[in-house]
Design a protein around this ligand. Sequence first.
Ligand code: NAD
Length: 276
Amino acid sequence: MTQERSTAAGADPGEEAGRHVGVIGYGAAGRACAALLLADPRYRLTVLMRSPMAGQLPDRLSAVTSLDALIAARPQIVVEAASAEAFATLAPACLLAGIDVVAASVGALQSRETWDAVVAACSEGRSRLVLPSGAVGGLDYIAAAALSGDIAVTYTSRKPPAAWTAELAAAGLAEAARSQAVTLFEGSAPEAARLYPRNLNAGLTVALAAGIDRTLVRVVADPAVTTNTHEIAVTGAAGDAFLRFANRPSPDNPKTSMITALSLASAVRKRFDPMQ
Ligand SMILES: NC(=O)c1ccc[n+]([C@@H]2O[C@H](COP(=O)([O-])OP(=O)(O)OC[C@H]3O[C@@H](n4cnc5c(N)ncnc54)[C@H](O)[C@@H]3O)[C@@H](O)[C@H]2O)c1
């Protein structure tokens, strides 16, 4: 908890002035997250966009086009919903300025350089990077079970072959994937996130909860699934678990899962909630 946020009563001192949230990226997840937050009249948003948007912006939402302007607006928390590259270039500056960041592009942390920059910025800015559950869940269980020291996790991303058209063609597996599940990758979460920066955020999120060395990531093109599916198998001293998430696409954008924006908005709301 940052100093600004903690009060004897546990309430957020920013509450009376409203909840001011910054958003980096106004694409599928950023826009849906913004709409979810704005449905609550206590929220106002400052959104960092690449260029000014044509047309009317929603009430209580203002747009800026530079990182300096976003930081100068002093949001209490920033949601990154842009890309791994944007996360790496923009998130450390927000953290250094003392602003917590909720990151959608968790996969960016596979880069040692980005990881180190984030850790240093959090330390100097007395801020925190929040890793939302994103497309999956059960991270609380995994993190707790990992404390036993005895845990092994397999995270499997299972998507229809149409989601991997280019990769299957490059591997000469397009024909095989029409009738059977084809494993495109098996290895570590950082390597998966490096190879598939837009698709393997969840693998790294799981691995950061379980431990990188204790997590095996598999990427499967599976003609038997119709939606983006995530499976997490946990075995360990505390017990075994199997979690499966079959995500529905966002009603506004079939390319992104509905749950991602819900998860970002939920993480923001939690940060304002005195009851954790
Ligand atoms: N954590 C998870 O489980 C999870 C799940 C799904 C998506 N994601 C990640 O969330 C991010 C957003 O996904 P999306 O589906 O909304 O993508 P999207 O392409 O629909 O939207 C991204 C938006 O960010 C903007 N943008 C990119 N760089 C920017 C910059 N430097 N400054 C300002 N705006 C910038 C783009 O112009 C675009 O409008 C991606 O990195 C994606 O991989 C994470």
